[in-house]
Design a protein around this ligand. Structure first.
Ligand code: ADP
Ligand code: MG
Length: 390
């Protein structure tokens, strides 16, 4: 079932939810924001395991959209972040969706106060100290975000840098990739006010991880109505981050509140890109999110590098995509890092629950990640506070 051209998507006033199953490829919907009708959106994809995830085409630009468990679609039309809904038809399906207890639950738990005074120095960089903070972002799933986060963390650790990895994706891929048993997660740190040291898990002498679980969905629901929610990482990490040289944040393949929080905290985005047009569109969507945050919060979230991943030079598409990312890199004045080749060792390392670099340090992808991580460190060395690398 599709919306058809006469379905209007209303912003702010309309909180009806549209379901993934009500949209089919090629459907057109008319979104309005603050009463103004936007140019036609074409729904080009509507699948993401476990998430109600849409990718919308807006004139020449791509933007992502995510129907959160709490019952809204949060999207971004380039003018800011809005919740919007679709008039829709299938009330039974909608009722079933609404009956999800997570969507209804009112939390009685105490949120740590968003007390900005707890931030020292620049609110964007609360410690006032110097360290590398990076969000690995691309709105498309399966583009090596998690693999890149894990591999860069391990490469940085090898150079003697203390790394904190934060997984904000409720699928919990970081913990499952490393076979970590999670008791306390990001939820407990952000929402239940547990001590940081009781929530992080050590994964290597130089790597600590704040893991996500399904509870992260609930954390988002609890945070969503709170004013100042985008600053949650700034506030909560300010007292603990000094122990680290690098904070790497893995995000879900969709626009979620925690992705915005991560971007506001890190202010820097690394964009992994597979050699496929949808990945490029996912990259643009991530860039669009950062622009929206900047216009809303007067922040300076910016991309720092593009990392081509799963690259197979024999494929024609590789040249096509490589040629189309050069202008993007030029526009932002950012480097394209050493490409990571497609390598069957990567999924094998995940199955073995190990970092790629530990599983097979001489594999093609491990070598490529080492080179890329060195380039990234060189590019961002000003943020290492003069720390001498091992
Ligand atoms: N360089 C690579 N070569 C081969 N497979 C890869 C490579 N990088 C990632 N993969 C595989 O692609 C899949 C998606 O990667 P993942 O890091 O989970 O992406 P994302 O976090 O963006 O969804 C995983 O199965 C992973 O093992
Ligand atoms: Mg992932």
């Amino acid at each position: 079932m599709g919306f058809g051209a006469n379905h209007t998507v209303g912003a702010e006033t309309d909180t009806t939810v549209c379901l993934e199953s009500q949209i089919t490829e090629g459907d057109e919907i008319k979104p309005t924001v603050g009463g103004a009708i936007f140019p036609q959106f074409a729904v080009i994809s509507s699948s993401e395991r476990d998430l109600l995830h849409l990718v919308l085409y807006y004139t020449e630009k791509w933007t992502g959209s995510y129907a959160s468990q709490s019952g809204y679609i949060c999207t971004d039309f380039g003018t800011g972040c809005y919740n919007f809904g679709c008039h829709k038809a299938n009330t039974e399906e909608l009722a079933a969706f609404r009956s999800d207890p997570r969507a209804e639950k009112e939390s009685t738990e105490q949120l740590p106060a968003l007390d900005i005074d707890r931030c020292r120095g620049d609110p964007a960089h609360p410690s006032g100290g110097v360290m590398i903070r990076l969000v690995i972002a691309n709105q498309k799933g399966g583009v090596s975000k998690t693999t890149t986060c894990l591999s860069l963390a391990r490469c940085f650790a090898e150079r003697g840098l203390k790394v904190l990895m934060i997984d904000t994706d409720s699928q919990g891929s970081i913990a499952s990739s490393l076979g970590l048993k999670v008791t306390n997660s990001l939820y407990h740190f952000l929402i239940a006010n547990y001590r940081f040291r009781d929530c992080v898990l050590p994964a290597h002498a130089n790597i600590d991880i704040l893991c996500s679980t399904r509870d992260t969905v609930e954390a988002e629901g609890i945070l969503t109505p709170r004013p100042g929610r985008e600053l949650i990482f700034q506030v909560t990490l300010s007292t603990v981050e000094d122990a680290y040289d690098v904070v790497l944040i893995d995000v879900a393949p969709s626009i979620t509140l925690l992705q915005s929080c991560a971007m506001m905290y890190a202010q820097q985005i690394l964009i992994p890109l597979t050699m496929d047009p949808l990945s490029l569109q996912g990259a643009f969507a991530a860039l669009q999110t950062s622009k929206s945050l900047n216009s809303l919060f007067k922040s300076q979230v910016r991309p720092v590098a593009i990392l081509p991943v799963m690259v197979d030079r024999r494929l024609q598409m590789t040249d096509l995509i490589m040629n189309s990312i050069q202008p993007v890199a030029d526009e932002y004045g950012i480097p394209i890092l050493n490409s990571i080749r497609t390598d069957s060792t990567v999924p094998k390392a995940t199955r073995a629950r190990q970092f790629l670099i530990d599983y097979d340090p001489r594999s093609k992808a491990a070598e490529d990640y080492r080179t890329a991580s060195e380039q990234l460190l060189e590019h961002l060395k000003g943020q290492l506070n003069g720390k001498v690398l091992a």
